[in-house]
Write a protein that binds this ligand. Sequence first.
Ligand code: DGY
Length: 318
Amino acid sequence: MQPNAQKTTATVLQVGPMPPFVEGPLHEEFNVLRLPDAEVEKFLATNSGQVGVVVTTSVTGVDAHLMRALPELRAIVNFGVGFDKIDVHTADELGVVVSNTPDVLTDCVADMAVGLLIDVARGISASDRFVRRGDWLQGSYPLGTRVSGKRVGILGLGRIGLAIAARLEAFGTTVAYHGRRRVADVTYPWHESLTDLAENSDFLIVAVASNSATAGIVSAEVLEALGPKGYLINISRGAVVDEAALVDALVQQRIAGAGLDVFAHEPYVPQELLNLDNVVLAPHTGSATAETRQDMADLFLTNLRQFVNEGTLSTPIS
Ligand code: DGY
């Protein structure tokens, strides 16, 4: 905050924890109330009329019940690009605008997708465990799978999907994609059917946004089509994949392996996956670098300042 600057008078409701480098400026510059974990109705009975803006994260989100309980709510400012935990239909109905933090995390999330792909194909994490256990003394590590020359299928060729495609082309793979419609100005082949894309992919990468239309679309049938030599990589959301079907496919070796940064019920990971060496697990850290999280914080604060001062958002979701 600038010296002598006054806190703005708008009341901001914080829903869920924020990273420490966001909490500082947020509480210094704005009148912030925190939604308590308990006695929420009591809190709302006293404070609901003051709240004009809610701030939250992609992990916590805001449901319809809370939005409807805040009669003066005008904006939801989200830290994170994914807004699957924000009931955007209710926000729309109530005339509440929503912002997220796009673009600044695209490169890091794309790096993560490529990292998981190479890790699971070459067994980097598993061979690290092999070396640490002393197993090298008994013999060599099993052979991995070559990446170059392989077919990558991307589900969701948005900003992140395109960044993944550009990276993987440099590894000598071919790229095709599936989405609801063709993406303009790209030459990658489009598959109208996801099953068809899976059938023609060695690596199927999930990069599509999670919403009611994409819930569970990576189904048992899609995994069957990917087949025993195919790998699934997911850096989007666990909800896009039928997780029970994925676990079955991995346990029964009906697909070759998976690299997963996201799960259906985070932070819980299906127990069966913990013992599989052909699965690389990450704790939803696609955007988790110091530089990117700082960029996300800056964009989040830009949106909040701009809404409070001018009534507009720098990166509204639509
Ligand atoms: C995002 O910003 O949506 C990332 O997945 C972190 O939650």
